[in-house]
Design a protein. Structure first.
Length: 360
């Protein structure tokens, strides 16, 4: 999640953002992009504002890895989500943490995989510098930003067995994958991985992300759209983060490129039912008439749009809405090169388990 104290950092990259917004896509690359269509037409899917709001609250719960269950109970009481595990691991050289959780609702008939966004300005700065300086890394049939990939891999090797066991026990349940900001990027990779390795039926995989940066290149976007047909990239008006890393207009297929489907709130999204549209224009997934074309007039306001979706201050939601009376107050403890998995079993307990690489 972005903070206002990072305004000076973003000012340094605004010239690139202005270039992206101002130039018109030209050349053969754009013609190829404009022919990029979904190849799977099994269902005509529509964006669901009610589900989107639930997904946002699930994303917000990931920001509190200690009191996740209390936050779920408070924000979505009728769904009766049962927390299965929370995983928090170091994901960069400054020991910034990435975190996510797995939960299940037998009311909603859904398994949830949710990821936390950036945890403070220090982590955001590392993400920006790494994105600018480190080449994209191979991921399945495309390339993705190295920070997002490392965060996903570190968490997924601790989450995969739990997800597989839940899918096996509940084969008809949907798999809801979600996250905000950094968490959205890891959610994107997770949904693609689930579909690619057939961990769950593709028709059951549902991805909703909020304020997601560009995750990978054109090849990754194409593969994601082929695999994850129920995929919604929600953008709040002039949120600055979906513009990052900047699109390479000169050779649109060579650099960062969004996957679909963008849901663009063309006014500040004070609720999930605010004015919106699904962006089906060209270039596909980088529709020039949607968020990509929204001018950044006020940087402070743009950052606030990123932090606040549907009148929910995502990173602070649990802290301001959960009653911690009677909670243990236990602090997080981290172990190097180990997965620290938190589970609720007759109260708040901790399981520490060493995990090797994924078997998939």
């Amino acid at each position: 999640m972005l903070g206002l104290n990072l305004c000076t950092v973003f000012v340094l990259i605004l010239p690139q953002l202005t270039l992206v917004s101002a130039l018109v896509c030209k050349g053969s690359d754009c013609r190829v992009i404009e022919e990029f269509h979904y190849v799977n037409d099994e269902r005509m899917l529509r964006y669901d504002p009610d589900l989107s709001y639930k997904m946002l609250l699930l994303s917000a719960a990931a920001y509190d890895p200690v009191h996740t269950q209390q936050c779920l109970n408070n924000s979505l009481p009728s769904a009766k989500f049962q927390l299965q595990s929370v995983v928090t691991r170091s994901c960069d050289f400054l020991d910034n943490k990435c975190s996510g959780y797995v939960a299940v609702s037998h009311v909603e008939k859904a398994i949830v995989i949710a990821f936390r966004g950036s945890d403070g300005s220090k982590q955001i700065l590392v993400e920006i510098l790494e994105t600018l300086l480190v080449p994209e890394q191979h991921f399945l049939k495309g390339k993705v930003q190295s920070y997002w990939k490392r965060g996903f891999e570190g968490l997924w090797q601790c989450m995969e067995s739990k997800v597989k066991s839940l899918v096996l026990a509940n084969p008809s349940y949907q798999i809801w994958v979600t996250g905000h900001s950094l968490g959205a990027a890891m959610a994107s990779l997770t949904s693609t991985w689930l579909a690619h390795y057939n961990i769950a039926p593709r028709k059951n995989i549902v991805l909703y992300t909020f304020g997601m940066p560009r995750v990978g290149d054109y090849d990754y976007a194409l593969q994601h759209d082929q695999l994850v047909i129920n995929s919604w990239r929600v953008v709040n008006f002039d949120d600055i983060v979906p513009r990052l890393p900047p699109l390479d207009i000169v050779n649109i297929k060579s650099g960062p490129y969004h996957h679909g489907m963008e849901v663009f709130y063309s006014v500040n999204a004070v609720s999930a039912n605010s004015t919106l549209r699904e962006c089906h224009g060209t270039p596909h997934d980088e529709d020039k008439t949607c968020s990509r074309n929204q001018t950044i007039v006020n940087l402070r306001q743009s950052i606030e749009r990123h932090e606040n979706y549907f009148s929910v201050f995502v990173g602070q939601f649990c802290k301001t809405s959960v009653d911690y009376t009677g909670s243990s107050g236990e602090e997080l403890k981290f172990l190097e090169d180990r997965c620290l998995t938190y589970k609720y079993k007759d109260g708040f307990t901790v399981e520490e388990t060493t995990h090797g690489p994924s078997s998939s």
